[in-house]
Design a protein around this ligand. Structure first.
Ligand code: SF4
Length: 198
């Protein structure tokens, strides 16, 4: 009886071809990644509809507070807000603070957890069990994104084509950015139109 051979993936080939070295950066060691638990992240995806509802209210409340943020200065409130955002989203979604959050378009599955950081769907290496090619013990974030999105009211948002990540926004607050942009759009809509035909 023949034994089943493990699948040879692109990641295996790259690993084999890599020069031998004693230096293994702690933050990306395969052991550390294997030991990581994805339980909370997966819980958030399973409860994407609830979180979609909650986030919508949260965003409205944040927008209501726009005069406060503006009065205090967005720059001044950035540090404390970012501190909270990083911890809350880090715990719930394994957020990497890309600063341009698209969780509501990706079924609450953070695309920055994809080792290839793909923002528009999975690569061709998804394993037959739905796990990642690069991190075999991790469910593919895009397989999970599809599952999560299908539970949401705005399930079609996953079809929106996302821009490439703007690296200059890393480690900035997506909450404040979305709020300031929404406030600016609201003010622009309320402003009287100039140059309209009499
Ligand atoms: S998309 Fe960006 S801001 Fe949103 S959870 Fe992922 S890393 Fe964090």
């Amino acid at each position: 009886m023949s034994e089943q051979q493990p699948a040879v993936t692109q990641a295996t080939l790259v690993k084999k071809a890599a020069p031998k070295s004693d230096y293994k950066p702690a933050d990306v060691s395969p052991q550390r990644r294997v030991q990581r638990s994805f339980a909370v992240r997966l819980w958030s995806i399973r409860h994407s509809r609830l979180l979609e509802w909650f986030y919508s209210r949260f965003a409205d409340a944040f927008l209501l507070l726009h005069p406060l943020w503006k009065g205090l200065g967005y720059g001044r409130v950035e540090a404390p807000i970012k501190f909270v955002e990083k911890r809350v989203k880090g715990f719930m979604f394994d957020c990497r603070m890309c600063g341009q959050c698209i969780l509501s378009s990706t079924g609450m599955s953070c695309p920055m957890n994809c080792p290839k950081q793909l923002r528009n769907g999975p690569c061709g290496g998804v394993r037959a069990n739905g796990n990642c090619e690069v991190e075999p013990n991790m469910p593919c974030v895009w397989v999970k994104a599809w599952e999560g999105s299908q539970n949401m009211v705005n399930s079609d948002k996953i079809l929106t084509v996302q821009k490439p990540v703007d690296q200059s926004l890393r480690e900035t607050s997506a909450w404040l950015r979305v709020t300031a942009q929404a406030a600016a759009a609201r003010e622009a809509a309320a402003a009287p139109k100039t140059g309209a035909a009499a």
